[in-house]
Write a protein that binds this ligand. Structure first.
Ligand SMILES: COc1cccc(COC(=O)c2cn[nH]c2)c1
Length: 251
């Protein structure tokens, strides 16, 4: 998988050199390239933003530097291949584990890190209609960051770890939160009996020490249901909603 990231703060993406993602890059599983948007701004101040037409507070990112950066990425491709363009933004579709799985199937992703009040809309039009890119505006959540870099760190980590070979134990990818619509069960490790404070001992649930794998699986599933009901009832209702409509249709 090829991942390009364009940002006015390329050093923000340095953490992607670390740990599992860094190893995946060294192993050649992921080819990640970070580009400084200012390389494509040619005026004396290498400006990438200007005041918004129509008025309003803040600044908007100019179209030309972005268009030149995207043109450069596409031109760098050896053949007709095109990246899928992802623009993290508060106005995007929700980033979910399902969308991470979808992006992990893409051979080439390009992330555009917006800042200020956003990127001139004509950049999205240029990418889609002049470059023929699929453009996805994706939101991490309903809050506003100063720029897309932090969102890209999260999205790249969520996507890259799904690329075969990046995570050694593929087993651990299966039983995770959101893989099947439920949150994960509580986990424990040694010691079985732990003195958490003077005179206070905390035990591991006995079922987990029983060796009865059926009982353990049942307990874990029950824990997942209880946690999801408590913390994410929307996830439960979503699945019930689907069942409900199916039920209605089936009546
Ligand atoms: C594309 O233009 C902009 C403008 C401003 C900030 C950002 C960064 O993204 C977010 O703020 C965000 C991402 N998910 N939830 C919030 C992008």
């Amino acid at each position: 998988m090829i991942i390009d990231v364009v940002s006015i703060f390329p050093e923000y993406l340095a953490p992607l050199d670390l740990s599992l993602i860094g190893k995946a890059r060294r192993d050649g599983l992921i080819d990640l390239r970070v580009h400084d948007l200012r390389e494509f701004a040619h005026d004396r101040h290498r400006s990438v933003d200007d005041t918004p037409y129509g008025g309003g507070a803040g600044m908007v990112m100019k179209p030309q530097p972005w268009a030149e950066a995207l043109d450069h990425l596409v031109a760098s491709a050896p053949d007709e291949r095109r990246p899928r363009l992802v623009v993290p933004g508060p106005g995007g579709v929700p980033f979910t584990q399902a969308l991470a799985r979808e992006l992990a199937q893409e051979p080439w992703l390009a992330f555009a890190c917006g800042r200020y009040e956003g990127i001139d809309e004509r950049v999205y039009e240029h990418a889609e209609h002049d470059l023929g890119l699929e453009v996805s505006v994706i939101s991490l959540g309903d809050y506003v960051l100063n720029g897309g870099e932090v969102a890209v760190l999260a999205m790249v980590e969520a996507v890259a770890r799904l690329v075969p070979g990046v995570i050694g134990n593929a087993e651990s990818l299966v039983e995770e939160s959101h893989e099947d619509g439920l949150l994960e069960y509580p986990v424990y490790t040694k010691p079985a009996s732990w003195e958490s404070a003077p005179g206070v001992t905390r035990e591991v649930p006995p079922v987990l020490l029983s060796g009865d794998h059926g009982a353990i699986a049942a307990w874990r599933h029950q824990q997942r249901l209880e946690r999801t009901a408590a913390r994410r009832p929307d996830l439960l209702h979503a699945s019930q909603a689907v069942r409900g409509t199916a039920g209605a249709a089936g009546t």
